[in-house]
Design a binder for this molecule. Structure first.
Ligand code: GLC
Ligand code: CA
Length: 546
C-alpha cells in the first residue's frame, strides 16, 4: 500500500539563515539547525520544510539559485547537511526542501553560457529577438517589476523572467532542462529528503513568453513526469506545490488520477479564513470550502496561516480585500503589491491569543496538513523597516539573551536584525519564556499538535460540513474514517459566547468526548449535540457510537 504519511504530518517551515546560528558568525546554519531539532521534536513537528539553502546571490532570499547541488557556504557544507539529516531521521522528523526550477539566478553558469549563445545552453532559457510590448500585467510583483522581458547585451536578445529580472525563466519545454530538474531531485532524494515544495508550479508549466497564462495541455504532463521520477527514486517522497490559481484549475495540478502533485498549498481557503475572522462570520469558510474541487483520494491539501511571502488577498472580492486590510493591515506600509499583507500573524491579531488559537484550530481540523511558519508558535512579530517580504523573516527568538539567543555575533553582523522593540521584542516573545507559562500560545499549540496526531481521522477521514442553528457564527464539521471513528470540530467565529445545536449525519452516536476541555462526556440526544462555545472559542470532540 502507498504510504500517506503526509496526510497526518505537522509541517514546520523555516529558513536556515535566521533559525539558529551554530558558529557565531551572525548567520543561521545547519549546525545550529541540528541543535534546534530537539526543540522541534519536543513541539511535535513531524516534517521540516526548508526554504532554499543553495548557493545563491541571495537577491530574492535564496529563490535565485546559482548551484542546485550545493549548500550555501554561509550555512555550512554538504557534510553539515548530512549530519542534520541524520539527526532529523533519528528523531523521526522528515525533511522536504524547496525545488525552485521555474527560473535560475542570472549568475547560474547555465545562464552565463546561454548569454554567449552556447548551443547547448541557449535553449535552457526563453528568448526573443524583437522588442516586447507592454507586459506589466504579467509580472509577479506589481509595483516592483515592470516587464517580464529583459534585454541582454551579450546575447543581443530579450529573455523571459516571470519574477525579478535577475531570475531568468528556465525553458521547461526543453527535455534537457527537465533532465536537469530530475537530476536535482535525484541528488537530494539520495541525501534523504522526503520530498519537494515545488516553487511557482503554474509558471513552471506555463507557455513561457507566449500567450500569458496559458498552460498547454501536454505541459501538465511534466508534473507527472517529475512525480514518476521521484516515486521511482524513493517510494514515499512527495511533491507539494505552490499553485495559487483559481479553484477550477486546481484539479489539473493533482492530476486526473492523483498522479501529479501529492499536495497543494491551499491559497484559496487561506484568505477566506482571514476574511471570516475579520467579519466574525463562518460564511466565508463554508463558501470557500464548497468552491474547492473534489480531490483524488491519494492527494491532500496543505493549510497555512502565514508563510514567508505576503498574505495574498487577490482571490477575494475587492470589498472583502479592503475589509481584511482594514482589520489586519491598516497602514500602507503593511501592505504589498496592492494585494497582500507583509505582516506576521500575532501582530495582525494584535497579540490576541484566542484569535490565534481559533485560526490554528481551523487549519488543524479542516482536512489537510497544517504548516507552521517558524516563530508563529511563539507569536513573533514583524519588522516593517525591512524590504518587501523580509519583514516576516527576522531571526528566531529563543530567549531573552543577547540577539534573542539566535547568535553570539555582534549585533551588526546578524543576517537580519532581531526584533528588539515593543510588544514583540525578543525580551517578551521568546521560546524560553513561553515554555514557562502553562497557558502560553506555545504550550497550547504543542497540545494541539499532540491531539491532532492522536486523532488521524482529522487528516484522513471523509469530511462533511454540519448543520447548526448558528449558521452565521459557528462553523462545524466532522471527519469519519473507514472504520467509523469520527471526530467533530466546532468553531465560534463571533466575539460573543454561543450556545449551538449541531445536527449529526446519522443516529448511531451515543455520546461525545471533549478532547481539550476538562469536561465529562455528554449524551447525543435525537441525533443532535449541544455545545457552549466561548467568544472565538472552539471544541474538538470524539463521537462514540452506542
Ligand atoms: C515563490 C516564493 C517566493 C519567491 C518566488 C520566486 O512565490 O514563495 O518567495 O520570491 O517564488 O522564486
Ligand atoms: Ca553561522
Amino acid at each position: 500500500m502507498q504510504s500517506h504519511w503526509f496526510k497526518n504530518a505537522v509541517i514546520y517551515c523555516l529558513e536556515v539563515d535566521v533559525f539558529n546560528d551554530g558558529n557565531g558568525d551572525g548567520i543561521g546554519d545547519f549546525i545550529g539547525l541540528r541543535q534546534g531539532l530537539s526543540y522541534l521534536a519536543g513541539l511535535g513537528v513531524s516534517c521540516i520544510w526548508l526554504l532554499p539553502f543553495f548557493r545563491s546571490p541571495d537577491r530574492d532570499d535564496g529563490y535565485d539559485v546559482m548551484d542546485y547541488l550545493s549548500v550555501d557556504p554561509a550555512l555550512g557544507d554538504l557534510g553539515d547537511f548530512a549530519a542534520f539529516m541524520d539527526e532529523a531521521q533519528d528523531r523521526g522528523i522528515r525533511v522536504i526542501i524547496d525545488l525552485v526550477v521555474n527560473h535560475t539566478s542570472n549568475q547560474h553558469p547555465w545562464f552565463q553560457r546561454a548569454r554567449q549563445r552556447d548551443p547547448k545552453y541557449y535553449d535552457y532559457y526563453v528568448w526573443r529577438s524583437d522588442a516586447p510590448g507592454n507586459t506589466s500585467n504579467q509580472v509577479a510583483f506589481p509595483g516592483k517589476q515592470k516587464s517580464v522581458w529583459q534585454y541582454d547585451r551579450l546575447a543581443k536578445a530579450y529573455y523571459f523572467h516571470r519574477f525579478y529580472s535577475y531570475q531568468p525563466d528556465l525553458n521547461t519545454a526543453n527535455p534537457a532542462v527537465r533532465e536537469e530538474i530530475k537530476k536535482i531531485m535525484g541528488f537530494w532524494a539520495a541525501m534523504g529528503v522526503s520530498g519537494f515544495r515545488v516553487d511557482a508550479a503554474p509558471f513552471v508549466i506555463a507557455a513561457k513568453g507566449g500567450d500569458a497564462d496559458k498552460h498547454p495541455h501536454e505541459w501538465y504532463e511534466f508534473l507527472h513526469e517529475f512525480r514518476e521520477f521521484i516515486r521511482w527514486k524513493t517510494g514515499d517522497a512527495i511533491l507539494l506545490a505552490e499553485a495559487n490559481v483559481p479553484p477550477e484549475q486546481l484539479t489539473d495540478f493533482f492530476g486526473p488520477d492523483g498522479n501529479r502533485m501529492n499536495m497543494l498549498l491551499n491559497f484559496y481557503v487561506n484568505p477566506h479564513l482571514f476574511l471570516a475572522i475579520a467579519q466574525e462570520s463562518a460564511e466565508p469558510i463554508v463558501r470557500s470550502l464548497r468552491a474547492l474541487p473534489q480531490i483524488p483520494a491519494a492527494c491532500h491539501w496543505a493549510y497555512f496561516l502565514r508563510n514567508h511571502d505576503e498574505l495574498d488577498l487577490s482571490r477575494l472580492a475587492e470589498a472583502e480585500r479592503e475589509e481584511c486590510f482594514r482589520a489586519f493591515a491598516p497602514k500602507k506600509e503593511m501592505q504589498l503589491y496592492g494585494r497582500g499583507i507583509r505582516r506576521r500573524l500575532a501582530p495582525m491579531f494584535n497579540g490576541d491569543l484566542a484569535k490565534a488559537l481559533l485560526a490554528y484550530s481551523l487549519i488543524f481540523t479542516i482536512p489537510g496538513t497544517p504548516i507552521f511558519w517558524y516563530g508563529e508558535e511563539i507569536g513573533m512579530g514583524e519588522d516593517l523597516s525591512l524590504e518587501e517580504r523580509n519583514s516576516v523573516r527576522t531571526p528566531m527568538q529563543w530567549s531573552s539573551e543577547r540577539n534573542g539567543g539566535f547568535s553570539k555575533a555582534p549585533k551588526e553582523r546578524l543576517r537580519r536584525p532581531v526584533i528588539s522593540k515593543g510588544k514583540f521584542s525578543y525580551r517578551n516573545v521568546n521560546v524560553q519564556r513561553l515554555r514557562r507559562e502553562p497557558g502560553s500560545l506555545l504550550n497550547r499549540l504543542e497540545r494541539m499538535i499532540r491531539t491532532r496526531k492522536e486523532f488521524p481521522e482529522f487528516g484522513t477521514g471523509a469530511y462533511r460540513i454540519l448543520e447548526t442553528d448558528r449558521t452565521k457564527t459557528v462553523f462545524a464539521h466532522a471527519c469519519e474514517d473507514d472504520a467509523g471513528r469520527a471526530v467533530l470540530a466546532a468553531h465560534n467565529l463571533s466575539n460573543e459566547a454561543e450556545s449551538v445545536t449541531i445536527r449529526l449525519w446519522q443516529s448511531e452516536f451515543d455520546h461525545f468526548v471533549y478532547l481539550f476541555e476538562e469536561r465529562e462526556s455528554e449524551r447525543v440526544s435525537d441525533g443532535k449535540i449541544e455545545l457552549k462555545l466561548p467568544p472565538r472559542g472552539f471544541s474538538w470532540l470524539r463521537l462514540v457510537a452506542a
